[in-house]
Design a protein around this ligand. Structure first.
Ligand code: NAD
Length: 511
């Protein structure tokens, strides 16, 4: 395939980007710190190659100091015991500040991650709504009362913040995923230590600046920059941490579960996916083809919700694949800084190699490449890009059908009956999301009820709302984020049984 076959956006003018690399430091107990040993690490733009940020590289000293600050602050009650109204007031201010700073943060998000600027603007700006929704939960949070236990008994079930929470995030939606967790933890009254991916430090540090400006007390939110080892793993094992909430790969999620078992702290996990969209012959094929194209190329497929495999009825498979191939040629791949670009760069050269290995293996396994299937050269850019890739003739035993490829690569499988479609959709170790396309409500509801997935979309893909909870079944995770369930994760439940008057029958029989 030549670049003429695709909608390529060449390098844009770089004058709008910051002249100096962003300097990221740890936030500990309300103060910005370099590392005690002076260590730093750098992030270069995956699309442009230039140095974007230089971050302090945390170690044991920084993790211990951050956890001590979070513990002391939690126990002091300056956040954990104030009113929901007081918490909400600060959180609403944070939302306003996020909206004020969208442009500044979006540019850094794009330069560090390689995602298109239009998407970064949407993610950062949209995160303000998560903060506003979580602020509303801070004010409506309540437990239960039991007034039917007998005349002399009253019971209440209190909901309390769980305590100190370690928040560990990935690189693919850095600001959004932070905002799926942090405001909900804060609404509950928790204090936090955050470690974001070593590849995308900047916007979490910017978030720290906004929290200070909004008036959040020192020590409520602490940030330690650095790598999984030692920072993430110490945040998982430390005895003063009560909960770890992690978003990332299933492999690291399993490590975290076993590391956390030493102290039996609560673990919430948002992990990988191999998400199917099932297309029935009576579907609106134009909409379905557009949604499949969106689902596989959004964030260059580096998305937990990537619809990386489709299961199409065999009567329409050829027509449908042709539609997706044609649409794929029109998707704008290229410089993430150009507002017209829809698909940007692959996060690292190593990851690009991994995607390509899966594609080569699929061909060896007998699948057929219908479009793409290799690296993409974007004029004027030295970073790594991958072609939009469609592979048909995939069977469910192939690695490309089972593993999370995390690239712009669509696998096409076919089915004959509803039972076969459901069996294929559920034939996965993952269970994050699934979709069904049909004009028949019975088909959609039947599929929705049997799909083993935390989210099912019918006649749409990847619509999400702060009100609607999100999370995975099977090896896609445990626990839920956003919505009322997202708040519950950060709460401990305490039963208080109260006797009214002196009606209790003495246990000791007087002699
Ligand atoms: P990753 O698992 O490599 O890293 C995630 C985070 O864990 C990073 O901050 C990393 O530094 C840290 N980490 C690494 N080793 C650790 C250890 N031993 N202890 C503690 N922390 C450690 O994932 P990634 O490559 O950054 O992100 C991509 C993955 O995230 C994909 O699998 C994707 O599906 C998943 N993801 C899931 C969701 C979801 O909501 N389910 C959302 C986004 C991404």
């Amino acid at each position: 395939m030549t670049s003429h076959d695709l909608n390529l956006i060449a390098a844009t003018d770089l004058t709008s980007i910051p002249a100096e690399p962003f300097r990221a430091r740890h936030l500990i107990d309300g103060e910005w710190h370099d590392s005690a040993d002076g260590a730093t690490f750098e992030r270069h733009s995956p699309a442009h190659g230039m140095l974007v940020s230089r971050s302090a590289k945390g170690g044991e000293a920084e993790v211990n100091a951050a956890i001590a600050a979070a513990r002391k602050t939690f126990d002091s009650g300056v956040w954990s015991r104030i009113s929901g109204k007081a918490r909400a007031t600060i959180m609403l201010k944070v939302a306003d500040l996020i909206e004020r700073d969208v442009e500044r943060m979006a540019i850094l998000e794009t330069l560090e991650s390689g995602k298109p600027i239009s998407q970064s603007r949407g993610e950062v700006g949209g995160a303000a709504d998560l903060w506003r929704y979580a602020a509303s939960l801070a004010r409506t949070l309540h437990g239960d009362s039991h007034n039917t236990l007998g005349e002399d008994m009253l019971g209440v079930v209190l909901k309390e913040p769980i305590g100190v929470v370690s928040i560990i995030t990935p690189w693919n939606f850095p600001f959004w995923i932070l905002s799926q967790k942090l405001p909900f933890a804060l609404a509950a009254g928790c204090t936090c230590v955050i470690k974001r991916s070593e590849m995308t430090s900047a916007t979490t540090v910017m978030m720290g600046e906004l929290l200070i400006e909004a008036g959040l007390p020192a020590g409520v939110v602490n940030i330690v920059l650095g790598y999984g080892q030692p920072v993430g793993s110490l945040m998982t094992t430390h005895k003063h941490v009560d909960m770890v909430t992690f978003t990332g790969s299933t492999a690291v999620g399993k490590t975290i579960t076993s590391l956390a078992s030493g102290t039996l702290k609560k673990v919430a996990l948002e992990l990988g996916g191999k998400n199917p969209q099932v297309i029935f012959p009576d579907a609106d094929l134009e909409s379905a083809a557009d949604a499949v194209t969106f689902g596989v190329y959004f964030n260059v497929g580096q998305c937990c919700n990537s619809s990386s495999r489709i299961i199409v009825h065999e009567d329409i498979a050829e027509d449908f694949v042709s539609r997706v191939v044609e649409l794929s040629r029109d998707v704008a791949f290229g410089d993430p800084l150009d507002p017209e670009t829809q698909v940007g760069a692959i996060v690292t050269p190593e990851h690009q190699g991994k995607i390509d290995t899966y594609v080569r293996q699929a061909v060896e396994d007998g699948a057929e490449i219908r479009l793409g299937g290799g690296p993409l050269a974007v004029p004027g850019l030295e970073g790594q890009f991958y072609q939009p890739t469609v592979i048909s003739g995939v069977t469910s035993d192939m690695a490309i059908a089972r593993d999370e490829v995390f690239g712009p690569v669509l696998s096409v499988l076919t089915f004959k009956t509803m039972e076969e479609a459901i069996a294929l959709a559920n034939d996965a170790t993952y269970g994050l999301s699934a979709g069904v396309w049909s004009e028949n409500i019975h088909t959609c509801l039947g599929f929705a009820r049997l799909a083993q997935a935390g989210t099912v979309w019918t006649n749409t893909w990847m619509d999400g709302f702060p009100e609607m909870t999100f999370g995975g079944m099977k090896q896609s995770g445990q626990g839920r984020e956003i919505g009322p369930y997202g708040l519950e994760e950060f709460l401990e439940v305490k039963t208080v049984a109260m006797r009214i008057g002196r009606s209790r029958t003495p246990w000791v029989r007087k002699r």
